[in-house]
Every structure is written in C-alpha cells, then in structure tokens.
Design a protein around this ligand. Structure first.
Ligand code: FEO
Length: 180
C-alpha cells in the first residue's frame, strides 16, 4: 500500500503522461497537414509510448489498491512554425517529465516507499532514451536543413519508426519491461 500523498503524485503523473500523448498527437496532426507523413508517423509512435507510460502508472495504482483520480488534460498547441520547433518543444517537455519522474523518486525515498522507488527506476532509464532521441533528431535536422531534399530525406527516415510497445491495455500492464 502506498501513501495518499504518493497516490496523488502518481495520479498527477498520469496526467503529465497523458498530456505528453496529446502533445505528440497534435504534432503528428500538424505534420500530416503539411504532408510530412514520416514525421507524423514518428510522433504517432511516440503517442503510443506515452500512453504506455500513463497506463503503467495507472496499473501500478490499481496494484497498490490506490484510488485512480483522472484529471482534465490541458489543450496542446494546434500548429507549430517548423519541425525544428516541434522537436525543441519535445525536448523541453521531456526535460520537464524527467524532472517530475525524479521528484517521484525523491518523494519515495523520503517516505521510505521502496516499492515506488523500485517501480520508478524503469521511468528514470526511459527518460535517458527519450531525451537522447530528441537531441539526436535536432542534430540531424540541423545537418539536413529544414526544407527541401534534406527535410524530405529525414521525413523518410523517421517514417520507418514502428510501434514496439503494448497498445492493448485491457490485459493489464506489467510493472517491469516496456510491455511490448
Ligand atoms: Fe513519458 Fe516522453 O515521457
């Protein structure tokens, strides 16, 4: 059993992860409207990853007998000036998520909540990957250029990304592993 305060923090984190999914869905939609189907696919794959992140927390609360308290999801921006702006905003957002995950680990340590501290390690490792991916894409965007053949080539490359995580949450979500 976890504390009420910890359940509150994790419920808030479910909302953060759901907003992440919403934000990347908005970016995917904007890419689709601009004919950038590869970037659109990359962001939609990211949407699925965020849904998994949210649902892992959701299932953890259920496993701990804690109350699920879903909150309103903030409206994401509708359009973005450039693809580079999208990835700059993505990296900035992921840094915010890393901070919020670290705060869960800090709270778990303070409460001597070993179960949550162990559980959140998966997210700590995952955030290294999340920030690294965005940083690398920003570097590639700088190299390829933000228009013309460079952008077209990168669009094709990013379109090769495939969903590797679990997308059916009716069967529960394992505590460890990506649920793939
Ligand atoms: Fe769920 Fe992209 O952090």
């Amino acid at each position: 059993m976890i504390s009420k305060a910890m359940a509150e923090t994790i419920n808030k984190q479910i909302n953060n992860e759901m907003y992440s999914a919403y934000l990347y869905m908005a970016m995917s939609a904007d890419c689709s409207s601009k004919g950038l189907n590869g970037f659109a696919k990359w962001f939609m794959v990211q949407y699925h990853e965020e849904m998994l992140h949210a649902m892992k927390f959701y299932n953890y609360l259920l496993d701990q007998g804690a109350e699920i308290q879903l909150q309103g999801i903030k409206e994401p921006p509708k359009t973005f000036a450039t693809v580079r702006e999208m990835f700059e905003k993505t990296l900035e957002h992921e840094k915010f998520i890393t901070k919020s995950i670290n705060e869960i680990a800090n709270q778990a340590q303070k409460e001597q909540d070993h179960a949550t501290f162990t559980f959140v390690q998966w997210y700590i490792t995952e955030q290294i990957e999340e920030e690294k991916n965005d940083t690398e894409i920003l570097q590639r965007l700088k190299l390829a250029g933000e228009s013309g053949p460079g952008l077209f080539m990168l669009d094709g490359a990013l379109g090769a990304r495939a969903v590797t995580v679990q997308t059916d949450f009716s069967i529960g979500v394992p505590i460890t592993g990506a649920g793939a």
